[in-house]
Design a protein. Structure first.
Length: 125
């Protein structure tokens, strides 16, 4: 993995388990789009900041994407619930009629030497 392919998005200490997400932007189809990084059970994960139900940002205030328990990601607009570990829909309006649903779009992140980096990979869906 080439160092120049990594884009710094946060210090490791900025991401607290189940806490406030760090927001950043990615290029998607040639346009900037919001994204966020979180820590869940010690691991860093990142997703486009776009609900699988309706293309709206999840957070009700910048970086507030976890439920009160810090265990699930929740869309503040319609209440869709997502697994922080893989972005899969857990319930709410992101589910379709067959019990499955649209999850969040994951982003490749790397944590090393006290920093968190986004590793751009195209194409983002």
């Amino acid at each position: 993995m080439a160092e120049d392919a990594l884009i710094r998005i946060a210090s490791s200490t900025d991401l607290v388990d189940g806490g406030v997400a760090v927001r950043f932007e990615v290029a998607r189809h040639g346009r900037p789009e919001g994204a966020f990084a979180i820590r869940h059970h010690g691991r860093v994960h990142a997703y486009l900041n776009r609900c699988g139900h309706v293309p709206m940002e999840l957070d009700w205030q910048p970086g507030h994407v976890f439920d009160d328990a810090g265990e699930r990601l929740v869309c503040a607009t319609h209440g869709a619930l997502y697994d922080p570990a893989d972005g899969q829909c857990l319930g709410g309006p992101c589910r379709n009629g067959r019990g499955r649903g649209r999850g969040l779009v994951p982003l490749q992140v790397v944590e090393r030497d006290g920093l968190v980096y986004w590793q751009p990979r195209e194409p983002l869906r």
